[in-house]
Design a protein around this ligand. Structure first.
Ligand code: F0G
Length: 468
């Protein structure tokens, strides 16, 4: 095994990185009220806010976009897209949407009634919000190991089958559909094993509950099955993906992840029960069933991306990148959720900055300092996002697909080493202004400084070591 991870592609088009000094970034962060969502992307050097819609497309995808057929109805590109989805999933009914949450809103609108319950390993935020907006309850039944950051279970995204069976028994007649999120983003990008997917399918079938996968990272999940699950190592990832989809009755997919595109999504279903109603609703809000809110060129790019994502050289490099980042961070004493997820590394800020209590937002403190250090934009997932309900104080580094290179990652690690050596200088933050909900997007912060300041003026506290 070679130690160096190489990108399995050559670079044809490049985009300059924003190279700013720490001093410039201090002014930028202050002007953005210490909220990284309010920083312009042109002031960010390494943008790890999300892996969603941030993929670098291939030459083949760009070429596909040029030959797309933009007809309103019956476009050639729709059929190409539909065939690509059907080939991978085995599902005949494919409904394009403009992104994942549009698929959620449509499917839940047609299937869910108030008072119902929808189980999953963990529902992603938008999935939960759409279920709740339909008046139903979103229930998380991930295995106990999935909630312990340092636990090394290889499939921490698994659903607890014992609890799932009891849940289905207890709420018979009230469960319009059952789900699994692959990989489990909310739980740290952790995979679900094929055995667990089959177990969930058996239970859902026993109770006559349609089984829908949230499949936006299906290729990463299938690759984890190949490398971690007994008896799977000689199979192709495409074969494993096919068997995964075979277990379920359908899927929702945000194409901005494992379809390697910047926009798009779909619902795909094995049988036609809900299809007519879904298409009626689609026409009402998204568009005609052969484009569903997308341009035909987007459909072409998805069709090609779905094939490219299953290339094992790509998946090996993809999964190795987050594993490498987590390993190197751990070696320098930066704790992360174990094992590394497929698309992201989650730093445990509470453990890393024990002198900053959750009420002073250790995740926010680390995210801001990583921005000041090297222009890295990450996302706090802790008390800023979830208020008192936060169980952990995490900072997510979500890696865009095919965008950054190994030397970028090594450079960031070098900076993290420097940051770690003066972590006791980091201070917490207070919120000075926040909207009533989803406050993390727009809240304004001020650093809690041990130097008293005039009311209304806030200055970044420069670690003394930087002035030497
Ligand atoms: N399901 C999962 C598991 C997701 O991770 C996301 C998006 C969605 C559904 C919704 O898809 O954004 O196309 O509407 N996750 C992004 C993230 C936003 O940063 O993790 P969407």
């Amino acid at each position: 095994m070679r130690k160096t991870i190489i990108e399995p592609f050559k670079i044809k088009v490049v985009e300059p990185l924003a190279m700013k000094s720490r001093l410039e970034r201090e002014a930028i962060l202050q002007a953005a009220h210490f909220n990284l969502f309010l920083v312009k992307s042109e002031d960010v050097t390494f943008d790890f806010l999300t892996d969603s819609g941030t993929t670098a497309m291939s030459a083949a995808q760009w070429a596909g976009m040029m030959v797309a057929d933009e007809s309103y109805a019956g476009s050639r590109s729709f059929h190409r897209f539909k065939d690509a989805v059907t080939e991978i999933t085995g599902y005949d009914h494919v409904i394009p949407t403009h992104q994942g949450r549009a698929a959620e809103r449509l499917l839940f609108g047609v299937t869910i009634r108030p008072g119902m319950k929808v189980p999953s390993n963990n529902h992603f935020d938008t999935t939960r919000a759409n279920i709740e907006a339909s008046g139903a309850e979103a229930v998380d039944l991930v295995i106990a190991e999935g909630k312990i950051p340092e636990n090394l279970h290889p499939f921490k995204g698994n659903i607890d089958l014992v609890r799932l069976e009891a849940f289905c028994e207890e709420h018979q007649g009230k469960i319009p559909l059952g789900m699994l999120t692959i990989t489990n983003n909310t739980g740290g990008g952790q995979p679900v094993s094929l055995e667990n997917i089959k177990g969930a399918a058996r239970i859902y079938r026993k109770f006559g509950i349609p089984f829908i996968l949230d499949a936006c990272r299906f290729a990463e999940n299938s690759y984890f099955i190949k490398i971690r699950e007994a008896g799977q190592s000689t199979r192709t990832v495409a074969d494993i993906a096919h068997e995964t989809f075979e277990q379920a009755d359908g899927c929702m997919m945000c194409a901005k992840k494992d379809a390697l595109v910047n926009i798009g999504g779909f619902i795909a279903l094995k049988n036609s029960t809900w299809v007519q109603e879904l298409r009626n609703q689609l026409i009402l809000t998204e568009g005609f069933p052969t484009y569903g809110g997308l341009a035909a060129r987007d459909l072409e790019a998805i069709a090609i991306g779905l094939q490219e994502v299953l290339q094992e050289d790509y998946l090996r490099y993809r999964v190795a990148t987050s594993a490498y980042m987590a390993k190197r961070l751990n070696e320098m004493g930066v704790p992360t959720v174990q094992p590394a997820g497929g698309h992201a590394v989650y730093i445990d800020a509470k453990k890393f900055l024990p002198h900053i209590p959750p009420s002073e937002f250790p995740g926010q403190a680390l995210a801001c300092e990583m921005y000041l250090q090297d222009g890295v934009r990450s996302c706090e997932i802790g008390s800023v996002m979830f208020k008192e309900a936060a169980k952990m104080e995490l900072v997510r580094l979500a890696f865009p697909r095919r965008v950054y290179t190994q030397s970028h990652f090594d450079y960031i690690l070098e900076g993290m080493e420097e940051l770690s050596s003066r972590k006791e200088f980091l201070r917490g933050y207070q919120i000075v202004d926040a909207p009533p909900f989803l406050r993390h997007f727009t809240a304004k912060f001020a650093p809690l400084d041990d130097i008293p300041r005039k009311a209304g003026t806030f200055t970044v506290r420069r670690p003394a070591v930087l002035d030497q």
